[in-house]
Design a protein. Structure first.
Length: 67
């Protein structure tokens, strides 16, 4: 199964590029399936310490609970 459109693939490569430059990255997706797929790709590349991929509403709920 592919990522989908070219925009998604570019996003995955951009996350990798930023992580390799030692920057932390937060990716927020409205699509649960896309967030899951991008998270899996980052795990495969060993980038989970620098790249966080979340579904927007799950992330928002977590932020509200923290504050």
């Amino acid at each position: 199964m592919g990522l989908g459109s070219g925009k998604s693939l570019i996003l995955a490569y951009r996350c990798q590029h930023l992580a390799e430059a030692m920057q932390s990255v937060l990716v927020l997706c409205f699509n649960v399936a896309l967030a899951s797929r991008l998270r899996s790709l980052m795990e495969e590349k060993g980038l989970t310490k620098l790249v966080t991929v979340r579904h927007f509403y799950g992330w928002g709920t977590e932020v509200l609970k923290q504050h």
